[in-house]
Structure formats: C-alpha cells, structure tokens
Design a protein around this ligand. Structure first.
Ligand code: MN
Length: 421
C-alpha cells in the first residue's frame, strides 16, 4: 500500500463504505495470522481455518407447484456442522405437502445430521400430523411439536448410553400444505416469507436474553451471562445439547435449553412469492429486508434457484461471514420472473464496472504495479448506480476479479512480447 492508503487518510473519506471496511478487515486478518499465527496457545482447538473451504453444495428441484434451490458452504469453520432436508413432496397420503429444513449444528455435526435424516419421520409418525388435510391446523401444529420432543427424547436415550458427545442443533423448517405454510423454529436460524414485495412474516430467534427464555432458564437453575445460557450456549432452544437438559425435576420443555419449537401457521395467498430458510451464518451478515431484495433482484436474472443461493452465500462470505452457511430458497408460482429489462440493466452495470476497473488499473499502472486491493478500494469510493439491492459491490466481487485477472494477463502478455522483440 502507498502512503495515501494509511488508515489516517482513509478515515477522512466521508463515506467509507462497508465494502472497504471489509477489505481492510480481511487484510488485517491476514496480517494478524502471519504475525500471530504461531503464538496461538498450544492445546487450544482453533475454531477457524487459515482459509475458507468454498466448496458449495448445491441442489434444486420442484414439486406441488413449488420450486426450491439450496446452497451450503463450510466457509471458515473447521468443520461443516450444518445440515438440511428438502422434500418437495411427502410420501403418499401427504403427497400434496412439502417439507424443508435447515439445521445449524454446534459442538459437532452429529445432532444436525441425525435430525436431517430422521426429524421428518418423527413428525410424520404422529397421528395428528399424518392425517394432513383432514386434521385441524391446531392438530397439525401439535403433531409437529410432538415430533420434535420425540426425536429429542430418542437422541437423549442414545446419548446416555453411548459416546455421542454433546453436540446440538437449531432447526428452522417449513411444511407447506395446499392451504397453509407452517413455520417451525427451534433456535436462532430464521425463516422469512416474502409476499407482494414485502416481508410478510419471519420467525423470532430464540436467544437466551429474551424475557420468556430467560425466565425458563432461571427457573431451571441456570443463568444468562454474556447473553449465553450459563455463559456458554448462545441459543436457548435446540435439539440435542443434553448437558443443558439435566434438570430432572423439570419437564422436557422447561429445561435450560428447550427442544420445543414454535410453530406458526400462515394461510397461503396468491401473492406469496418466496420463503428463505437460512442459518445465522447468513442472517448475522445480511438483514431480512436486504436478503429478500437481493433474492428478488437475482430472480429477475436467472430461474436457477441454486444459482441464486450460491450468490447469496458468496456475498455473505465476502461480507465477512466466518460461520458455516446454509440457505434454502422456496419459490411460489408468484415469485419474481426473469425479465429482459432486468437483464439489460445488469449488463449495463457490468459494463460500467468493467470500465471502472480498467480505469483504475491504468491509473495504477502509471504509478507502478497494479494490485487487486487498490482496484477494489477505488471502486468502493465510486458512486456506482444500480448496484444489486442488499448485495452491493460485494455481489460483484467475482466479476471484478475476473476483469482484473484478464487485465493482468493482457499486461503480462504484452510485456512478454516486448521482451521477445
Ligand atoms: Mn451457525
């Protein structure tokens, strides 16, 4: 970095965008790794990797008039502890129903994995739920709750007699019937329903400091410190976590950590557009409204829901998510459609950004050797119109890097040919 890039001079730029802050943060992280990496205490298990695992698990499908896509990435974490379930059409008798869930594991992936394979079976196994359309809404909700309590009891029995470790998992799920959407939440992952261009509904995160949760924790003999249950667990409801479910004088739903989900039913509407299910690795980085706007704008450019999920995960990674990331996008028939106009607008945007990258590259070439950091920084200082809502410049990072690499190659080739002359 040249003298003009010292933090002091950055500080005087009135509108230092989050993007630049992010780039700076990433650089600091790299530097602190290089200088402090070896000083890390021995015996302390690192929770983050030296560089992120960016392999992206993708999936897509359709059923019952719904389309879905999902994406999952390990990211900076040492282990992938998230899991998911996507069943666009349940087995016969309930085949007009769909089920989708994201599980965010902690302390290991065991509980999350087990739930992704067996939770739906436990829910379906309930008479109340299994009668589907013939049952009242209240009974369906009761069946869902019972399924959660059953799988948790079952896992607890296994945990007592084997070496299952002490992992746990949050669950956020939806089951879509022909008439209703049932939102199911246990923990701090989140589901959002987009309807008629607005956020119609979202689930509430179960944090230990919420009055209702705090009260239950207190009654079970626990405390909430540092916003955590007994100073250690950052979520107040989860499956597993049996070390927090040992108050034998209290019922299953009155423990320090409760396996009871909150279930809300929403009557379906023609105006329903999409549902997003995602873990906190996504929501800690991007707000409900921003993510919905970003997804809406991407749905006008591609009908691949997997691709949209992939872009969301990359934006969150670039904006600094250090956690595992999982997202499921479920589209109703009335979701935003690919539009010629939106595609043209995006092409114009790309052309504009490309031009800016070229200008910055040339400018730097005059002073010495161009580098990506300075290109990114100069772009962040520009007022670029029509950047994707909610995604901003971060959602264009891959594109910027492609252009930059091309310029680098061109520069190298022209140097090589000059030398050979
Ligand atoms: Mn997480």
């Amino acid at each position: 970095m040249g003298d003009s890039d010292t933090p002091e001079s950055l500080a005087v730029v009135p509108q230092l965008t989050t993007f630049v802050r992010q780039v700076v943060k990433e650089t600091e992280r790299m530097i602190s790794y290089f200088f402090k990496g070896e000083e890390e205490e021995e015996g302390v298990v690192a929770s983050h990797l030296e560089r992120p695992v960016t392999f992206l698990e993708r999936e897509g499908g359709s059923g019952n008039g719904l389309r879905y896509g999902l994406g999952a990435m390990q990211g900076w974490r040492v282990e992938m502890e998230d899991a998911h379930t996507a069943v666009p059409s349940l087995p016969p008798a309930l085949d007009s129903w769909s089920f989708f869930a994201v599980y965010d594991g902690h302390g290991g992936s065991r509980v999350a994995r087990y739930c992704s394979e067996h939770l739906l079976r436990h829910v379906r196994g309930n008479w109340d739920f299994s009668r589907g359309g013939q049952a009242s809404v209240e009974k369906v909700k009761r069946g869902i709750r019972a399924g959660f309590l059953q799988i948790d009891s079952r896992m607890q029995r296994v945990w007592r007699f084997t070496s299952w470790g002490c992992s746990g998992s949050t669950v956020v799920a939806v089951t879509v019937s022909p008439t209703h959407v049932y939102f199911i939440n246990c923990g701090d992952s989140r589901a959002v329903l987009r309807r008629a261009g607005g956020t119609h509904f979202y689930t509430e995160d179960h944090k230990p400091f919420l009055p209702r949760e705090h009260e239950r924790i207190r009654r079970a003999g626990g405390t909430v410190t540092l916003q955590r249950v007994n100073g250690s667990l950052a979520v107040s409801r989860a499956l597993g976590d049996f070390n927090f479910k040992a108050a034998e004088w209290r019922s299953q739903t009155e423990q320090l950590v409760s396996p009871e989900p909150e279930v809300y039913e929403i009557e379906r509407s023609d105006k329903d557009q999409f549902i997003i299910l995602a873990c906190d690795g996504i929501w800690d980085i991007i707000s409900n409204e921003d993510l919905c706007q970003f997804v809406s704008s991407r749905l006008q450019l591609t009908d691949s829901l997997e691709e949209v999920c992939s872009q969301v995960i990359h934006v969150c990674l670039y904006k600094g998510s250090r956690d595992n990331m999982s997202i499921i996008l479920i589209c109703f028939p009335n979701a935003p459609k690919v539009s010629e106009e939106a595609i043209l607008r995006e092409e114009e945007l790309n052309a504009h950004i490309e031009q800016k990258v070229i200008e910055s590259f040339k400018q730097q070439l005059e002073d010495g050797e161009p580098n990506l950091f300075d290109v990114m920084q100069s772009l962040a200082m520009e007022e670029i119109p029509n950047l994707p809502p909610g995604g901003g410049l971060s959602s264009k990072r891959d594109f910027i890097i492609d252009v930059y690499k091309r310029l680098k190659d061109e520069q190298k080739n022209s140097r090589d040919s000059e030398e050979s002359r």
